[in-house]
Design a protein around this ligand. Structure first.
Ligand SMILES: CC(C)(COP(=O)(O)OP(=O)(O)OC[C@H]1O[C@@H](n2cnc3c(N)ncnc32)[C@H](O)[C@@H]1OP(=O)(O)O)[C@@H](O)C(=O)NCCC(=O)NCCS
Length: 155
């Protein structure tokens, strides 16, 4: 498995972006922004990660691993590549936001060294493209949790 910068047509990655975000309306606003890294195995794209950088802060805006390949370290490798890119570009922190309802994602990001920063209540609402009734792990999709990975203290 290889992780590399993606320079192809972003539209081809939309199915993976959809795995990470239930709102087509939101995906339209950021699909073409920033840098995208992909994990490839035998020429097949099995995961993606999008980084959007402003000043010294980078945001991990979207990431997903093909369902059949989850739990095998692909996500971890993508986050490591993103952190390395941040270090090389002197970003001092990497932010990520995820649904409070998605306890699996909260575990995944904390296992990669992120720490909880703040909670944005009622971030996922119909007016931003998230219809009522979406439930994850039995929890209604409602609040957004921001996490950060601080790179400034690294030697
Ligand atoms: C989140 C996601 C990218 C993780 O990728 P992955 O390749 O499955 O993760 P890895 O195999 O590298 O796992 C790394 C660690 O996180 C843990 N982890 C990953 N997904 C997890 C989940 N859903 N629940 C609990 N733990 C999880 C793994 O068990 C592993 O833990 P360990 O270090 O204790 O062994 C993947 O599950 C995914 O594509 N989810 C759907 C899209 C999505 O929700 N994207 C994020 C939007 S914010």
């Amino acid at each position: 498995m290889l992780v590399d910068r993606y320079v192809g047509d972003r539209a081809l990655l939309r199915p993976l972006f959809r795995e990470a975000d239930d709102s087509e309306q939101q995906i339209d606003t950021y699909l073409d922004l920033g840098a995208v890294f992909v994990a490839e195995d035998d020429g097949e794209i099995i995961g993606h990660l999008q980084l959007i950088t402003a000043n010294d802060t980078a945001e991990l805006k979207s990431m997903a691993v093909a369902e059949s390949r989850r739990g095998t370290g692909v996500g971890r490798a993508l986050v490591q590549a993103a952190l390395e890119h941040c270090r090389q570009n002197t970003a001092t922190r990497l932010l990520v936001a995820t649904a409070a309802a998605d306890v699996g994602n909260l575990r995944f990001y904390q296992r990669q060294g992120f720490r909880v920063l703040r909670v944005e209540r009622d971030a996922f609402v119909a007016s931003t493209g998230y219809p009522d009734g979406i439930v994850i792990d039995g929890i209604p999709l409602r609040d957004r949790v921001w996490l950060s990975h601080d790179l400034s203290g690294e030697s």
